[in-house]
Design a protein around this ligand. Structure first.
Ligand code: ASP
Length: 323
């Protein structure tokens, strides 16, 4: 008999529609509790509602709470896999946080839904089924935390939500999904070449994220330099460049020893120091900016939050972002 720990955290997958007003909201009883009969007889599913939040209400504190529960599950040594249901808006951030901070000997799979349970074509139960099948697949081990939505398997490190409402919203830009769920078959066809985990006793730092735009000046960066942040991620232009007028604000942050991590606002590709003009990647790197090739701004923020708890030198943080 296999055992899956199914942890619910909220999101559309746990909601239904008020047919009078059309509003989507949390149900009193988690609607997925009724669907246990859909899974194999030879499977025990242990369900826990750890909290019931729309994912815009999920903060790093709740992510840490989930991480603690998974670590407890590792110690309990009772489960063949953990499946987590989560709102889709911030699912990729929770998934990557867990990827960086848990080292489970079993698969950890996140899923959610774009449509509430009572809407025509609702994807929740199907996504849950695919996530459970994936968690049970022996090949799902050692691939880091996985996100299963719409019959695709993505790595937590690279997946992102790309559409506000469509069920085919979760995508992995540049690299694509690492597997698919086709009927009941789980098939992997790519492997994550690199995985990293860090110990974590607490999560306390304040790291902000801003997106660069044409004609951006130092207004936001000046405000952040005053705001006592402990780290900043900038989604830069193109391969990793900033408008020259941002440089006074950027220098203020760097002079205050605030680590500044550069990703790209472009959907595909990686951030790199290529250009040598004022504000170009080469110039930014000389100033001390850290490049995070391959990560989105959201993921780089999570990684910086985790690395800042590790008491590392600035050089070590630089090196770990290059991985
Ligand atoms: N706003 C919802 C949430 O993230 C969306 C969803 O779950 O799909 O909780």
């Amino acid at each position: 008999m296999k055992r899956i720990l199914l942890i619910h955290t909220g999101g559309t997958i746990s909601m239904s529609t008020d047919h009078r007003t059309g509003a989507v909201k949390p149900s009193a009883e988690h609607p997925l509790h009724e669907y246990n009969h859909l899974f194999e007889e030879n499977l025990e599913i242990i369900e826990e509602d750890i909290f019931q939040l729309p994912s815009p209400h999920v903060t790093i504190k709740e992510m840490y709470q989930i991480q603690q529960r998974i670590n407890q599950a590792i110690e309990e040594d009772l489960y063949d896999g953990v499946v987590l249901t989560h709102g889709t808006d911030t699912l990729e951030e929770t998934a990557y946080f867990l990827d960086l901070t848990t080292d489970a000997p079993f698969p950890v799979v996140l899923t959610g839904a774009m449509r509430p349970i009572d809407e025509i074509g609702s994807d929740g139960v199907r996504n849950l089924q695919s996530a459970i099948w994936t968690a049970l697949a022996p090949e799902a081990k050692d691939k880091g935390v996985l996100v299963v939505m719409n019959e695709e398997i993505h790595t937590a490190r690279y997946v992102t939500k790309t559409h506000t409402t469509n069920v085919a919203t979760f995508r992995t830009p540049t690299f694509g999904p690492i597997g698919i769920v086709s009927k009941a078959e789980v098939r992997f066809f790519q492997k994550l070449v690199f995985n990293e985990t860090y110990p974590l006793e607490k999560i306390t730092k304040k790291v902000s994220l801003v997106k660069a735009y044409a004609g951006m000046d130092s207004t936001l960066l000046d405000a952040l330099a005053e705001a006592q942040i402990e780290g900043l991620v900038i989604e830069a232009l193109g391969a990793g460049n900033l408008p020259p007028e941002t440089l006074p604000g950027l220098k203020k942050l760097l002079d205050n020893n605030i680590p500044v991590v550069m990703t790209s606002r472009a959907f595909n590709g990686i951030a790199q120091d290529i250009y040598a003009y004022t504000g170009g990647g080469k110039h930014l790197k000389q100033l001390g900016v850290i490049f995070a090739p391959g990560l989105t701004g959201l993921k780089a923020r999570i990684k910086l939050l985790v690395l800042l708890e590790q008491s590392l030198s600035e050089d070590a943080i630089h090196d770990l972002f290059l991985k």
